[in-house]
Design a protein around this ligand. Structure first.
Ligand SMILES: [Zn+2]
Length: 732
């Protein structure tokens, strides 16, 4: 331990309690390992370390279930927003459990406690005059009679020219946008061009608090926050802070608790971080504890773990909200940079990613998998955490980390120790003969003792990679020590009767005694990083998990002399070449598939005169080729209600229909005008092919098809459910 380490340890004061948060993942789809490495694994390592230190700590997280991306995803999947959040909340919660992320609570922002808490927060700020009301012109869809927030508006990206950019962000180039910046904006609800209409919203005037933000971030924390975090905050503040809207015209979210705010909800960035508070309340309720000290007592250390895309919310906006509300502000926000994958940025839209679910299915849930495979992923991700700059996940790198570090160094030391102990000391912890102690032994003991303080310092400073390397280094030292002591050679020194001499046995005993104590220490050290491994080691040593308490680290008395231990068992299996090549191929195939799908969904504009009547080619006598169930399953058939219908100008066969599919309105152009009058269709339920690629007819984008049946006289009738059904219901 260097002098500097000693000083840093001495200066540290232990807070009364800790509140640790991980960014709330958005419940609109699968989350990938880049997310996992950014906000969840580092937080989990930190929390497990604090728990082992017996500190008072609560670790909260939950699903972020509001914002326009949820109803948009529902439209994509042909279902309701509620069904979307219910689906992805469960998936994410289980994924985190399978990867041993040990939240004290994984809550969700649809929880009524959250709605109440977020409303209280808003009301308090509003009553105190901390919010401003500003009227502005915003895009409005006259057909759907609604304002078009964020993802309800699409257009061409001014930055890269991509024609499917959303009103809040271009998913192609990643640029943050405002709806006004989009070229040729269209409503994603009706497909029509939106108009501007006046609306009023509540704003948080960040500009009024610039002085406090500057001194708190760049002054108070100018030396203890990470450089990447400070840099981003500084450029935001220097660019000039603007008032930021905290409400939205939308029907999905936390309602604004004011009489004159009908049809408005809290903007998702405002309500989501309050999710940390409501999750703490729910946790306290479950545990019979008091949540208040965690958010009100200045002796609580609040730490937000996030990815770099969330820095501004957690370092500028949310702390200001907390301060105005009279709550504590974060002590640190150790945001990570991004993790790339096989030479490219991870991207959900291009399918260039490794979802947590895919890793779980391909490794943990396989026959030769189990929790050890969760630890293998944790190990590799911690070893490449993007703590100071972007890093890269490669499958070869994963294989090397597991095979040449975890297996060859860490597991190998534990395994050799156990094998030799069974062979040379009767499967029991041998005695340590003090009179036979050698300098090599004392050096090993000293290394173990100093490792404790060094790992501690690194963990307290959020340097998880370096801390893990130190643990592996101690295992490496153990291997070297055993190699030098060569107990298996000493065992050949026998007396006239063929028994090992007392002298040689004493040396063997000392070596294995120390190696076993080191194994026990390794379990304590590795526990925050690889909890399943630590527990498996406890099982091998026949000790209770309590041994993993941090105070035991550095002790050379963790295993009692004469205690018999279990037979050796491999801690990890190796990763095969075939597994690596399979994953690389799978990644490439996913990219190809997503390219094809994108081309299908954004086809080159082709001239399309008129839609054929949907039944024109049906002939009951003509056999249609047999299909498999999978072919049928590709159809997304839904119940919808026609809410409006009108003739398409200069097209005598076409009707333009608005159909309510539960998750939103669809525009469908149908060639049925000669069979139905527009008026007769309004209010009728129909079956809609909801996943038909959109096509333009007479300049109108048709987003699906309705089913009809042809009568003997050639007339068409609607196919509809025999009783009134919820819009969006699946047809199977
Ligand atoms: Zn773009």
């Amino acid at each position: 331990m260097t002098e500097q380490d000693t000083k840093r340890t001495a200066e540290r004061t232990v807070p009364k309690r800790y509140l640790i948060t991980s960014a709330l993942p958005y419940a609109n789809g699968q989350k990938h390992i880049g997310h996992l490495a950014g906000a969840y694994i580092p937080a989990d390592v930190y929390v497990r370390y604090l728990r082992a230190q017996k500190r008072d700590v609560v670790f909260v997280c939950g699903s972020d279930e509001h914002g326009t991306a949820i109803p948009i995803q529902a439209m994509k999947e042909g279902t309701t927003p509620q069904a979307i959040i219910d689906k992805y909340h469960v998936i994410m919660k289980e994924n985190f459990e399978d990867l041993s992320i040990s939240f004290d609570i994984y809550d969700r922002t649809s929880n009524p406690i959250h709605h109440e808490t977020a409303q209280e927060f808003f009301t308090d700020l509003n009553n105190k005059g901390d919010l401003e009301i500003i009227e502005s012109e915003q895009y409005y869809d006259e057909a759907a009679q609604t304002f078009l927030a964020d993802r309800y508006i699409k257009g061409t990206c001014p930055n890269c020219g991509f024609n499917g950019a959303y009103g809040d962000q271009c998913e192609k180039c990643g640029t943050s946008l405002s709806p006004d910046e989009l070229i040729n904006p269209v409503s994603t609800l009706s497909g029509g061009a939106p108009v501007k209409k006046a609306t009023k919203h509540w704003y948080l005037p960040l500009n009024k608090h610039e002085d406090w933000l500057r001194s708190w971030i760049l002054g108070t924390h100018g030396h203890d926050w990470k450089a990447n975090v400070l840099g981003q905050c500084k450029s935001w503040i220097d660019a000039g802070l603007q008032p930021r809207a905290v409400t939205r015209d939308l029907d999905w979210g936390v309602k604004v608790p004011l009489a004159d705010a009908a049809g408005k909800v809290l903007y998702v960035w405002f309500d989501a971080p309050i999710g940390y508070v409501s999750a703490t309340k729910q946790w306290a309720l479950n545990e019979g504890k008091d949540w208040k000290p965690y958010w009100l007592d200045k002796e609580t250390k609040l730490v937000h773990f996030i990815g770099k895309d969330n820095i501004v919310f957690h370092c500028i906006i949310f702390p200001l909200m907390l301060r105005l509300h009279g709550y504590i502000v974060p002590e640190n926000v150790p945001a990570n940079e991004f993790m790339n994958l096989e030479g490219d940025k991870m991207s959900t839209s291009r399918a260039w990613k490794l979802d947590m679910q895919d890793y779980i299915d391909d490794f943990i849930k396989k026959e030769n998998g189990g929790p050890q495979l969760a630890d293998c992923l944790r190990y590799y991700l911690i070893s490449i955490l993007p703590e100071t700059k972007d890093s890269e996940f490669t499958w070869k790198g994963f294989q090397d980390a597991v095979n040449s570090e975890l297996v060859s160094i860490f597991a190998n030391f534990v395994n050799r120790t156990f094998v030799l102990m069974h062979k040379l000391t009767g499967g029991k912890v041998p005695k340590y003969h003090n009179d036979k102690a050698e300098p090599k032994d004392n050096n090993l003991i000293a290394d173990i003792k100093t490792a404790k303080a060094r790992i501690e310092t690194l963990l307290e400073e959020y340097k998880f990679r370096d801390a893990l390397f130190l643990v592996i280094d101690i295992a490496r030292t153990g291997n070297r020590y055993m190699q030098e002591k060569e107990p298996w050679i000493k065992a050949r020194t026998v007396d006239a009767h063929g028994a090992v001499t007392a002298e040689a046995q004493a040396e063997i005993d000392n070596c294995l005694h120390l190696c076993l104590q080191l194994c026990a220490n390794l379990a304590v050290f590795i526990n925050p990083f690889l909890p399943n491994t630590a527990r498996k080691m406890c099982h091998l040593m026949k000790v209770v998990d309590k041994m993993l308490d941090w105070e035991n680290a550095g002790s050379m008395k963790l295993l009692s002399v004469g205690y018999s231990l279990r037979a050796p068992e491999l801690l990890f299996r190796k990763i095969d070449d075939s597994e690596v090549s399979y994953q690389v191929e799978k990644l490439k195939a996913g990219l190809e598939k997503s390219k094809m799908e994108q081309e299908k969904n954004n086809p080159q504009p082709a001239q399309q005169a008129e839609a054929p009547a949907p039944t024109s080619s049906i002939d009951t006598t003509k056999a249609i080729a047999e299909i498999q169930y999978d072919d049928f399953a590709k159809l997304d058939l839904r119940i919808g209600t026609i809410t409006a219908a009108e003739k398409v100008e200069k097209a005598d066969k076409l009707l333009k229909l608005s159909v309510d599919l539960g998750a939103g309105q669809r525009t469908i152009v149908s060639g049925i005008a000669q069979h139905f009058s527009a008026e007769s269709l309004v209010g009728k339920q129909v079956i809609v092919v909801a996943n038909l690629a959109p096509r333009k007819m007479r300049g109108i984008e048709s987003q699906g098809m309705i089913l009809t049946a042809e009568q003997p006289d050639g007339k068409l009738i609607l196919v509809n459910p025999d009783s009134l059904t919820i819009n969006g219901s699946n047809v199977r």
